[in-house]
Design a protein around this ligand. Structure first.
Ligand code: DC
Length: 229
């Protein structure tokens, strides 16, 4: 093995554990491609809402997905998400989409299609990919696997601060309930439930700063490279 070999970093964990913030920073520092798999489930959910398809109509949702383009475009301060050539970066973060997305993410055929697309996106270059099933299903051979956790209270507080900062209205108690609810659905769905891969390193970020988490993961990458030398 050589040190300039492709390295894939899989970052999994529950909602609002800081995965995307951390993943973006790592991708930036290491010059890897960042792939936000949650954004793909969110983009499809937005389309399902727009087309007024019932959330349990798996056949129609799957057919819709087959004819749907979901693309990422890197920009200086992050990443834009395009749904059929339309920029939906902000829209996919709406409360409506956030509340509906776990219903769509539990559909087996949807997962199959999106997992395949994610695997293709990770083909042939170094990536940081975040989601729920990256280390277990999408990239089971990822060179570095991380499972980020944080208490529900801490995660709700972070989302709350973020909402306030972005000028959105926010209710901490409701956020706690939504996050606990989403955890429950993500952990208990039949298809690819949120579980830690056996070989993933678990990091509890409750009392850590973003920079500390980033440093810790970069250290894992360095350790991997040294071992592979
Ligand atoms: O990370 P996020 O909040 O943007 O994810 C949105 C939803 O998609 C969430 O309910 C979990 C689901 N998801 C998933 O099931 N598998 C992934 N790889 C990524 C997200």
């Amino acid at each position: 093995m050589t040190t300039n070999e492709i390295i894939r970093i899989a970052i999994d964990g529950p909602a609002a554990a800081g995965k995307s913030t951390v993943a973006k920073l790592i991708a930036d520092k290491l010059d890897f491609v960042y792939i936000d798999t949650g954004a793909m489930y969110r983009a499809l959910t937005l389309k399902v809402i727009q087309e007024q398809i019932k959330f349990d109509n798996e056949k129609m949702i799957t057919e819709t997905l087959t004819n749907t383009k979901i693309e990422f475009k890197a920009v200086s301060d992050g990443q834009l998400v395009f749904l059929d050539d339309i920029d939906v970066t902000a829209k996919i973060r709406s409360t409506e989409v956030s509340q509906a997305v776990s219903h769509i993410a539990q559909l087996a055929e949807v997962r199959k299609q999106l997992v395949r697309r994610q695997q293709l996106l990770a083909n042939n270059h170094s990536v940081v990919m975040d989601g729920r099933d990256i280390g277990t299903t999408v990239l089971p051979d990822a060179e570095v696997k991380v499972f980020l956790i944080a208490s529900v209270d801490e995660r709700a507080q972070r989302r709350h601060d973020e909402n306030i900062k972005n000028g959105f209205s926010s209710d901490l108690q409701i956020l706690k309930e939504e996050i606990a609810d989403r955890d429950h659905r993500d952990e208990n769905r039949k298809e690819s439930p949120l579980t830690q891969a056996k070989d993933a390193v678990s990091i509890d970020t409750t009392a850590m700063s973003i920079d500390e988490v980033v440093e810790k993961i970069i250290k894992l990458v360095t350790d991997y490279k040294n071992k592979a030398r």
